[in-house]
Design a protein around this ligand. Structure first.
Ligand code: TYD
Length: 193
């Protein structure tokens, strides 16, 4: 059944919208499974640890994201879709394309490696917001140099997400409004289902 993916930089409201969308689909009688990446499995936990204890090499990091996703697809995503459930994901392989390309990998190569095992979504909701507004929402602090670095990286990540806008399964969702307004937009986009 349908696989719906939410992507976007931090501060765009992915998990809030995943929740509202899941509740709405469930209220219409669908069986809904919500999940996220990185997962809480073995590889996902290693990735979260590395964020606090010192970063993995670029190669290992990419490898761990791929392994985490392989586990996620075989243990949760694949079986849920096969059982006729709707699957809503907060981040998927488009995050790897966007974030790991900043560490020197070609996003198209990352995409091909993922699509060799990971189902392509029916709908990719690209939650979009300009970087300054997103940083303000997550309450960004820190010294000026770091803030510039962060802004620069997030701007590149946003561009990679937006470069997917012409894919037939992609929808760019502006998220400057209230959570309810954004949810209405998403409902409108999916209304034809
Ligand atoms: P997430 O759990 O959404 O962020 P947070 O911990 O702030 O709630 O994702 C964790 C980080 O992992 C986020 O900065 C994006 C990054 N990420 C990648 O770099 N590559 C990937 O493939 C995925 C799924 C996430």
């Amino acid at each position: 059944m349908p696989l719906i993916v939410l992507e976007g930089i931090d501060g765009t409201g992915k998990s809030t919208q995943a929740g509202l969308l899941g509740d709405w689909l469930a209220s219409r009688g669908h069986e809904v499974v919500r999940s996220y990446e990185p997962t809480n499995g073995t590889w996902g936990r290693k990735l979260r640890e590395s964020a606090s204890t010192g970063r993995l090499s670029a190669e290992d990091e990419l490898e761990y994201f791929l392994r985490d996703r392989q586990e996620h697809v075989s243990e949760l995503i694949g079986p849920a879709l096969a059982a006729g459930k709707w699957v809503i994901l907060d981040r998927y392989y488009f995050s790897t394309m966007a974030y790991q390309s900043l560490r020197g990998f070609d996003p198209e190569e990352i995409r091909a490696r993922n699509e060799a095992f990971a189902p392509v979504p029916d709908h990719l909701l690209i939650l979009d917001l300009d970087v300054d507004a997103a940083l303000a929402r997550v309450g960004a602090r820190g010294d000026v140099a770091n803030e510039f670095e962060k802004r620069d990286a997030l701007a590149k990540i946003r561009e990679i997400y937006l470069s997917l806008r012409d894919e037939e399964f992609a929808h760019v969702i502006p998220t400057g409004g209230t959570p309810e307004e954004v949810h209405e937009t998403i409902r409108g986009v999916l209304a034809g289902l």
